[in-house]
Ligand binder design. Structure first.
Ligand code: CMC
Length: 429
């Protein structure tokens, strides 16, 4: 916080309005505009481009420099030296765990991996070809009907159990969605495996054969989870906070976050990247699509490029690119036509004046789509995997909000509809 103030003079209001300025640890200062309401004015900021909606200590992004810090630790250090559950602990509790704390946390999460047997019956209500994200919205929201003992949001212990349950059960539910789609039996979690290995076991294993998960692929999946773990106040996290600000239970809030993540401008982009590569179909068609992306009159955008906050290389994309190379080498994939298109697109976007000038770099979804496809994960599951990784971020933000002081989120509007008018009876219309 600082003693600096902004002074705002408004046409028609005699007195200037003094607005406090607050400074964070790092990052832009913010002007507290709360006093404007008493003067009969609101701020107007569609898309919240210049609006900080909360104070937070979890994650920091410097979009200009391409920096992403979780509790102060750079994402590349976490991706290279930590693992997903340790990163979860860091996001939830604020510090890296000691060896003992980590062991206890991993054991706790592992002990919560199974879902209530009755939850399995929910799946039968969905068509077999339902989009996995549609099923995820439903079954994650349904968790609130199964775990009544962790729904009191004012009880810190309840909040913690809900967090553990969500982190533990998301991979199980995600794998169940996939198995339901392809008509195979659900796999129980194997608690002798680590988090990412267990997820791949539930996705690709079957009850008739011993599990055989490649350590290289398990490591790549763990990294994908780390790289998606949190991203400060993005659309889905803000949705979770907004839903939570009404006092809604955590399972319902996370279901709301999943719904927000689904859109192609957010988590749905990794799925959209692959669809775009398939639509392009051949390196010879790339120029045509790049021209369309640059044409203001064409709504087509290059999926996997650009970011609201990063105006430099997405630091997650750098690590993801390394992982992509490892996974492709492990799987012996060299001549995949979609990968050839992806590589050429990347080259063009990094050289082309339009993309350079607008600072449109490949984002995390560009490379994660490529890795997931190489692993044999169907495109429609990509955003589900993003949701599994992001669950810890959502729950950490929800917990931070509920354990501090907060008010119900209630944005205002610039109303441009009719002023008051009298009802016209039917025979006079
Ligand atoms: N292809 C072509 N042009 C683009 C693209 C793109 N992918 N992204 C932005 N632009 C242009 C846009 O047309 C605009 O041009 P102009 O200034 O001439 O009007 C300019 O760049 C700024 O774009 P914007 O829409 O104002 O930027 P935004 O911050 O509102 O949108 C975005 C950010 C991520 C929604 C957008 O870049 C986009 O739609 N990208 C493709 C979807 C995508 O990959 N999303 C994943 C984001 S990373 C995962 C996550 O964190 O959720």
């Amino acid at each position: 916080m600082s003693d600096r103030k902004a002074t705002l003079s408004i046409d028609g209001i005699d007195e200037a309005i003094e607005l406090p300025i607050y400074s964070g640890t790092i990052g832009p200062d913010v002007v507290d505009v709360g006093a404007l309401t008493s003067k009969g004015m609101f701020t107007y900021d569609p898309g919240f481009v210049s609006t900080a909606a909360c104070e937070s200590q979890i994650t920091f992004i410097d979009g200009g420099k391409g920096t992403l810090l979780h509790r102060g630790y750079p994402i590349d250090q976490l991706a290279n030296q930590s693992d997903y559950l340790e990163t979860c602990y860091l996001l939830l509790y604020g510090e890296l765990p000691s060896a003992e704390e980590k062991e206890t946390f991993v054991t706790t999460i592992t002990n919560h991996t199974m879902v209530h047997a009755q939850l399995a019956t929910f799946f039968n209500g969905f068509r077999r070809d339902a989009h996995p994200m549609a099923i995820m919205c439903g079954v994650v929201g349904a968790l609130s009907a199964f775990y009544h003992d962790s729904l009191d949001i004012n009880d810190a212990k309840h909040r913690e159990i809900a967090a553990h349950r969500l982190i533990a059960k998301m991979p199980t539910l995600a794998a169940m969605v996939y198995k339901y789609n392809i008509g195979q039996p659900f796999m129980y979690p194997d608690n002798s495996m680590d988090y990412a290995e267990n997820f791949l076991h539930m996705m690709f294993g079957n009850p008739c054969e011993p599990s055989n998960v490649s350590p290289v692929l398990a490591k790549a999946m763990d990294r994908i989870f780390i790289l998606h773990a949190d991203h400060e106040q993005n659309a889905s996290t803000s949705t979770v906070r907004l839903a939570g600000s009404s006092g809604a239970n955590p399972f319902a809030c996370i279901a709301a976050g999943i719904a927000a993540l689904w859109g192609p401008s957010h988590g749905g982009a990794n799925e959209a990247v692959l669809e775009m590569l398939e639509e392009i179909g051949d390196v010879y068609h790339i120029d045509e699509y790049v021209a369309r992306a640059k044409d203001k009159n064409d709504p087509f955008r290059l999926m996997g490029f650009g970011h609201r906050v990063y105006k430099n290389f997405d630091p997650r994309a750098k690590v993801m690119k390394e992982s992509a190379d490892e996974v492709l080498a492990e799987l012996g994939i060299e001549n995949d036509p979609l990968l050839a298109i992806a590589k050429r697109l990347e080259e063009i976007a990094l050289e082309d004046e339009y993309f350079i000038e607008k600072k449109l770099y490949p984002n995390v979804d560009f490379y994660s789509g490529i890795i997931l496809k190489a692993m044999g994960i169907p495109t429609s599951m990509f955003t589900v995997i993003f949701a599994v990784g992001r669950t810890v971020g959502w729950i950490a933000h929800w917990h931070e909000m509920i354990s501090g002081s907060y008010r119900i989120g209630r944005p205002r509007q610039l109303y441009t509809g009719y002023a008051q008018r009298d009802f016209t009876p039917m025979d006079e219309r």
